[in-house]
Write a protein that binds this ligand. Structure first.
Ligand SMILES: [Zn+2]
Length: 235
């Protein structure tokens, strides 16, 4: 039994390593999607700025078209001056031109404001694009690092699983089945040390008589509470 117990202890050590490696591998896609989500958020913000810029440019084009129409109107009115006969007609004609010119100044002011907005947006866009470039290269670097970690962990996992196959070949089938069912029920921990009559799996104190038996490391003894297999490590 002593050999079997030693094999179980080795198996448990291996399985702890294997579980750790597996959890490293399992967590990596989550880590990658985390940094990608952050990057996508920045990209969405960039799209919003681009859309805002496009709408400003469209507004500017519209206002420029209005300005063209106004200028055309003013030119037409000015050419008609020669056709005017009376002074009264002439005065009202001038008033008309004046009022349209006022309209033109207003539109010109609006265009200036829009252009200021466009300039600010372009500046913002440029700075955001720089941020994105640096974020992207950070993300790429991070992904490369994680992918290298996966490769390394997979390599180690392969070696660990080979060692595991070597060990389980020498463990009694019934005992191995018990071990595996305890691994499932005991969150990956089936074989635990019992120190000073305390189970290090569930922290329960157990009867001293059991501890005396345990110290011999001669038979398979399970914790009365969590059923994990005990072993005793002499100082
Ligand atoms: Zn226990």
């Amino acid at each position: 039994m002593k050999d079997q117990l030693n094999l179980l202890i080795s198996l448990q050590e291996l399985d702890i390593h294997i579980l750790k490696k597996q959890s490293i591998i399992n967590e990596i896609p989550l880590k990658i999607s985390g940094v990608e989500t952050r990057l996508n958020k920045i990209l969405t913000n960039l799209d919003k700025i681009k859309q805002g810029l496009e709408s400003l440019e469209k507004k500017k084009r519209d206002k420029e078209r209005t300005l063209d129409d106004i200028n055309e109107k003013i030119n037409k009115l000015k050419t008609r001056i020669t056709e005017i006969k009376t002074n009264k007609e002439y005065q009202s004609h001038l008033k008309e031109i004046e009022s349209i010119e006022k309209e033109r100044y207003a539109v010109e002011d609006e265009i200036l404001l829009i252009m200021e907005g466009i300039e600010a947006s372009l500046k913002e866009l440029k700075s955001r694009e720089e941020t994105i470039r640096s974020e992207k290269s950070k993300v790429d670097e991070f992904k490369k690092k994680l992918e290298a970690e996966v490769l390394e962990a997979e390599k180690e996992l392969l070696a660990l699983n080979e060692a595991r196959s070597g060990i389980i070949g020498s463990i009694d089938e019934e005992l191995y089945n018990l071990y595996m069912s305890l691994i499932k029920s005991g969150k990956g921990l089936a074989v635990v040390e019992a120190k000073e009559a305390i189970c290090l799996g569930c922290n329960m104190n157990f009867p001293p008589q059991l501890f005396v038996e345990l110290k011999k490391n001669e038979e398979i003894i399970q914790c009365p509470q969590c059923h994990r297999i005990f072993y005793y490590k002499s100082e």
